[in-house]
Write a protein that binds this ligand. Sequence first.
Ligand SMILES: [Zn+2]
Ligand SMILES: [Zn+2]
Length: 475
Amino acid sequence: MNSIISVLVAYNQFLILQIQQLLVFIAKNIPLKSSKPDLSSPKYNKFTVDKLPVVKTLEKLNYKHLLNDYFIQHDKELKPIKSRGKTPVPKETVCPRCGAPHQYIYDNTGGRGQYLCKVCSLRFNRGKSFNTYLACPYCGHALSFKRERKQFKVYFCHNDNCKFYNNSLKSLSPEDTEEYRLHPERFKLRYYYREFTVDFFKMDLDSMPKGSVNFNFRTFSPHIMGLCLTYHVNLGLSTRATARALWEIHQVRISHVMVSIYAKTAAAIVKPFVDSYDYKPSNYLAADETYVKVKGVRHYVWFIMDALKKSILGYQVSGTRDVGPCILAMRMAFSKFKKFPGKALKFISDAYSAYNLAQQQFFLNDMEFDLTQVIGLTNEDPVSTEYRWLKQIIERLNRTFKFSYQVTNGYGSGEGSNTHVALFVAYYNFLRPHSYTYWQPLNSTPELESIPNMPAKWQKLIELSQQLILSKQAL
Ligand SMILES: [Zn+2]
Ligand SMILES: [Zn+2]
């Protein structure tokens, strides 16, 4: 016995030695540098989504002072531009920053509407122009327009001292640095911003998700549907826990898959009702974008709520924290006004720049409104006493939403998920008791009020929605 052990120990020692020798061999002869591309290299940065730019207000300048400064510096006057025929700059054109008249303005694109001011070097567009410009979120430098593609405009930060650019340069390997010198176009080292030119004002807000219109409603029991929704949406149980509750409390046998089919169907039916209800909004709207991670996938959920009456008026689910979904959520909320209040509308958001960018797009579509951005509305930062009440409302909405969203497994991003958020909004706006309204729902109809219990209220809400869909189809 002893001898066997000693033989095994000796053999073990021999194996350990062999392994060591092999390791030395590997270390010496096989390079550790893997041939897999290093995805953190700026070479592969082309498609990463950068931060949104910062929107800054143009400092007003006076061209007369600037001309005077020029005279003092150069000992001669800055001459007006000699017009060279074909497409003269229209006489009424004035530089939006320094007020220089058309004699000092170049046509920068041969009649396509982009101008350059000779006095203050501002580039601007014909027609409506903003008193704002886009700035780099890393260094604050104004972004330069690079090119226009079919779907978007490209801007970039050309500041050589930009933190983003310098960090990219530093992270280049010696070979990459050499390649960059020869082929700079292969690299994306500077801060780029793609402004999408998709018209978010032409998209149909009321489009129904595919496959949700033709339910065979006879296969559904309204009673079971009401129970499912109460457990799943109101009480935040998962589809599996809901299925168990139905069995253990009500002796109804139903699979968790069926629970989720009920939820999806109800969501699609209830959406038109929730969206076209006459909320009679006040002129104070508050926006919030919250991020939910379910099964490792990020979703951004945008809410626009009536800050005084608390109803959710606009919502949108997106895979990115971009301007597009922000505009869609805002349009949805604005569509609740019979007449758009214009500048009387006070819109309050956190300091995220998507709201500024959206405001510019609304401005171009003749919808001006007042935007107040409050730092610290949703995060840990302190917020001024003036807006503390609003912070509390938004945080409460966020908590309620996240609680009920987690159980849905995230739905998957895209068109369909808007529908599911509609189910939450239906609950929040019509069924949930709120402390703001002395534990009554935010909105009610006589039909809903007369019903004592929640499963029956869900049934009624779905019935009202069906009537609405049918009446719309009859038109
Ligand atoms: Zn100017
Ligand atoms: Zn920069």
